[in-house]
Design a protein around this ligand. Structure first.
Ligand code: URA
Length: 433
């Protein structure tokens, strides 16, 4: 078999056989197929797509390109969550402790942020000393003790995705439904969970810009999960404006702490309650989503979810004094307030614009080698639909960089105003099961 023939076959719109897909993934993982041929294949798939059988085979080959984790040493139903990425998306850090406080078992392996999207691991690492590098055995032990662990993916987990994702990121082939579906589902399946909730983001700040493509991606992933006997449900969530108010690592952790104390932004909490309700039913802890929602509201009100977060940070060697006193987090040298230039309703806060601006302030990385400034980012004072008067605070930018006038201009340009009232889209757009 020659890789060039497979590229041509896909380029011309034909189906690849299971053996051909296996040949590509095995060869790319072991280095016998070079980056340039895999790039060409990714681009061919981007344009010509894959049918369900090809996507299932690609997922299976990627899942088995490395270690498949056995979580049977953890008692009960293991639940896991994956988001297709967004701006200000700190959901896992709020949702994880909430469901764990209700008795669910969450062994979560997360990734780092790239480009305009943030990564859960980077956010966690803004807590001084917190360790995300744990072995599988340590993770299992932690989940058995306290019900939750959020760690970095081990090197041996889906090595094909590590190589392919990095390649897609620099070759304009991230936004492909078959490639995203296989990337996400191979990781979830390899990480050994029983039930999966997928947060498929949709809008300007997401890979899926419209509902049609988000729905197709969600159905594709749910079908893969179900065909492999995993209880898989997708929540389509709005990512046209950033989620919550904070964008940037320690700024988001501070928002997580406030949310766990019951002071979270409405959209973030709604996403956590909806996703959490589904997870508690998947975990067979509750019989209905209504019962689950009441339980989740209770663990926010009685402090159990916050205490679970503290337990997790402590178990991962993080300095809990920062969680107990969030004012201890270092504040950037430059704190710049941006104010409304006229009266009006906020019609748009472009998530992509805000995400890219936050990255340029130091909160994100353009390449995997870049070092993140944990204190940098943007905190919104208002959300879409709010009325502001001239001079009101729109948002605050935090940075240790100088000469950021261009970035500040980009932030202002992310806003659109209207003289007429505007209603924000609901954060939960649809649930697909
Ligand atoms: N998240 C992933 O894990 N993979 C993708 O391809 C896109 C988003």
């Amino acid at each position: 078999m020659r890789m060039v023939d497979l590229i041509i076959k896909k380029r011309d719109g034909h189906e690849l056989t299971d053996q051909e897909i296996a040949f590509w993934i095995k060869g790319y993982t072991d280095g016998s197929i070079p980056d340039y041929q895999s790039s060409a294949m990714n681009m061919a798939i981007f344009y010509k797509g894959m049918n369900n059988r090809e996507i299932a085979t690609l997922t299976d080959c990627m899942e088995h390109s490395g270690e498949v984790i056995d979580l049977s040493a953890i008692k009960g139903i293991k639940v896991d969550k994956h988001s297709t990425g967004g701006v200000g998306d700190k959901t896992s850090l709020v949702l994880g402790p909430m469901v764990a406080a209700c008795g669910a078992k969450l062994a979560k392996m997360s990734g780092r942020g790239l480009g305009h999207t943030g990564g859960t691991l980077d956010k966690l690492e803004s807590i001084p000393n917190l360790c995300v590098r744990k072995t599988k055995e340590e993770m299992i032990d932690q989940v058995n003790k306290i019900g939750i662990a959020i760690i970095g993916q081990t090197q041996s987990l889906v090595p094909a995705d590590k190589k392919l994702y990095a390649l897609r990121d620099v070759t304009g082939t991230v936004e492909s439904i078959p490639l995203i579906a296989a990337s996400v589902m191979s990781k979830k399946l390899a990480s050994g969970t029983d039930a999966i909730i997928l947060d498929v983001t949709v809008g300007e700040g997401a890979f899926m810009k419209n509902m049609d493509s988000a729905r197709t991606l969600a159905h594709t992933m749910v079908n893969i999960g179900k065909s492999l006997k995993r209880d898989t449900i997708a929540v389509l969530s709005d990512m046209s404006e950033p989620l919550g108010n904070a964008v940037g690592n320690s700024l988001e952790v501070k928002e997580v702490i406030a949310a766990l104390h019951g002071h979270g932004p409405k959209d973030l909490m709604e996403l956590c309650y909806t996703s959490g309700s589904i997870m508690l039913v998947q975990a067979k802890i509750c019989k209905s989503r209504e019962e689950a929602r009441n339980k989740l509201e209770e663990v926010i009100q009685n402090g159990a979810a916050f205490n679970k977060f503290v337990e997790m940070v402590e178990a991962q060697n993080g300095d809990i004094s920062y969680i107990l006193n969030p004012e201890k987090f270092e504040v950037s040298k430059n704190v710049i307030e941006l104010r409304a230039e006229k009266d009006g309703y906020i019609k748009e806060i472009n998530a992509l614009g805000i995400g890219e601006a936050a990255m340029k302030l130091g909160a994100g990385r353009e390449t995997l080698e870049d070092i993140i400034d944990m204190s940098a980012g943007i905190v919104l004072a208002h959300k879409v639909g709010d009325f502001v008067q001239k001079g009101d605070l729109l948002c605050t930018a935090y940075t240790n960089k100088e000469d950021v006038d261009n970035v500040l201009e980009e932030i202002v340009n992310a806003y659109e105003f209207s003289d007429d009232p505007v209603w924000a889209l609901p954060v939960i757009r649809e649930i697909i099961s």
